[in-house]
Design a protein around this ligand. Sequence first.
Ligand SMILES: C[S@@+](CC[C@H](N)C(=O)[O-])C[C@H]1O[C@@H](n2cnc3c(N)ncnc32)[C@H](O)[C@@H]1O
Length: 324
Amino acid sequence: MPISHAHVCARENASNEYQRLKKQNLLNPELKPRPYGGSIAIPVITGDLELEFEAIERHNPHFELEEILDNPPKKWEKLGDMVIFKQGTDTSKWNLEEVAKSLAVNRIAIQNEIDPGAMRESRLELIHGDDGWVVHRENFVEYEFDATQVMFSSGNVTERRRMGEIQTKDEIIVDAFCGIGYYTIPFLVRGLAKHVHACEINPNSITALRKGLERNGVSERCTIHEGDNKITMRDLREVADRVILGLIPSSMNAWGNAIRCLKPEGGVLHIHMNVHENEIEEWTEKTAEWFATASGKIAEILHLEVVKKYSPRIMHVVLDLRLT
Ligand SMILES: C[S@@+](CC[C@H](N)C(=O)[O-])C[C@H]1O[C@@H](n2cnc3c(N)ncnc32)[C@H](O)[C@@H]1O
């Protein structure tokens, strides 16, 4: 393995440090950052410490696919060592072993629409490989889940990064729809939250969340509340500095409980919603008003984040609201 100078930093700072080194042209772009004890080592062009790093593969997978397939797909998603092609991709004439090799993965799956039910179950079809468990690394956090059982929205990567960048040291957080830990794990690993109460109804997501917490070494700072949050959030009264309401199309059913979860002095809410692109401003104002009235507090709009286009003209947005 190639040897390079290394810059070692705490895992919660790794993403910021990586960006800083990149901007200052100090990064060694040919090599991958790696764990170093409990910290992260980033390959750099100068420094006192030298370590072995894995090289970043620079082959162009599109060219490789063109060599083995007629009309190869132009796009795909990668989760850990699994590649996912979109719904309707005709793979009947493919040599799957060869395709996997050219994309440097072990598993191949075909995407189907996510189950529209509240548990948002995955309908991914595995067509090559033994099981759907993947370890997906993103922003120096690792998620572990069975992609054939639970959904992982790659489109929400910016929101996961944004949540991970909030300094939540000393905060108690309620994640009302935690899934496999999209936000719970970054809050604990990068934001250094004191404790997260993670509410989730889907047993498959909970299995994945437990593994993810273990893998990132943050299990002791998380309590999992299994079951419908209509019931589990009742036991979380006046405990939270921050509540995440990460369910689309709407998290409205949990709004009342979210207010009751906040400490008496108030706190911050992150309210997810699917909203028509022409109605975002109106929805933001009305939602702030609703929370002010329902809580008897002052509602301050901190930020409105447009996460992604959900369907034509419908945007997935997140309103950050402070109640005091
Ligand atoms: C959309 S997923 C989480 C997605 C993630 N927050 C994101 O934005 O990528 C929503 C999660 O909420 C869970 N859920 C839905 N209704 C629930 C309820 N009433 N109580 C607890 N969890 C619920 C689902 O099982 C699912 O894992």
